[in-house]
Design a protein around this ligand. Sequence first.
Ligand SMILES: [Zn+2]
Length: 268
Amino acid sequence: MVSFDLFDQLAGLLAPLTEKKKPSGAVMRPAKEESEHTIALDGRRVDYKVVRRRGRRGVGLKIDGSGLTVAASLTTPISAIEGLIGQHADWVAKKLGEWSERRIVPQRWETGATIFFMGEPVTLMIDVGHRRVCVERVLSHLFVRVKTADPADVEKAVKHWLKKQALPHFAQRAFLFARLHQLTPPQVFLSSANGRWGSCNSRREVRFSWRLIKARPALIDYVVCHELAHLRHMNHSAAFWAEVRRMCPEFETLKKELDRHDHQFRAF
Ligand SMILES: [Zn+2]
C-alpha cells in the first residue's frame, strides 16, 4: 500500500489558519468524521474521501487501491483541502493511474471472456448441456463443455485444465535447465500459492504455483531457474543471484516484468 503524507510538513503553516477556537457552549462533534466528495482535476472527475479526526494537524493525502483519501482535522475547510489537492494535481493523477493499472479485475466465466495461458489471451467458449466436463484449446479459443453455465462450474473446469497443462510444462523446463547446468533434476510439484511463484526445500522438491502457467514462457523460465539456483544456494545471497544470472542471463528484466504484471495472474 502506498501511503504518502504530503502535507505533514505544512501542518504548522496550515493549522493556525484553519483551527479556530471552539466557541464555548458549542455542541461537541464526534472525534472522527468521514465524508465523500468529488473534485474536477484537469477536466477529470476525481472522487475522494475526507477522514477528519479531532486533533489532526495539517492535511495528508493518501492514494491506494481504494482511491484518494484526505486526512484532516475536524475544522479544515473543504476549500483548503481542494486547494491542496489542486496544487498537487499531477501527483494525484499519476498515483491514481498507477493504481488503476494494478487493480485486479475480477474474472468473468462466460463466453467471450479471456484468460491468459502462457502469456497469450485465450477466449472462453462455453458450451452447456454436457454431462461430462471437457476442456479443449484450439489456437486462441478455449472450448469448455459443462453441464450448466454456472460460473463456479466453468471456473472449476478451467482451473483444472490450467493445472493439467502447468505441471508437465514446469517439470519439463526444470528437467531441461537442470541438465543444462549439471544439477540432478528435482521433483516438481504444483502449489496453489497466490503470490509466491515458486519454492524449494532441502529434499530437492521444487514447487511452482499453477497460476504461473498464465505467464509468458520466458517468465516461467526465470522462476524455474530461480528455484533451481536454490538447489545450490538456499538463500538470496550474491552467490545465489550469480547462479540465477548464469542460468538465465536476462533475469533482471524478467523479474521486473513479473513483479509489474503479477496482479494479472492473481485474479483467479
Ligand atoms: Zn528465492
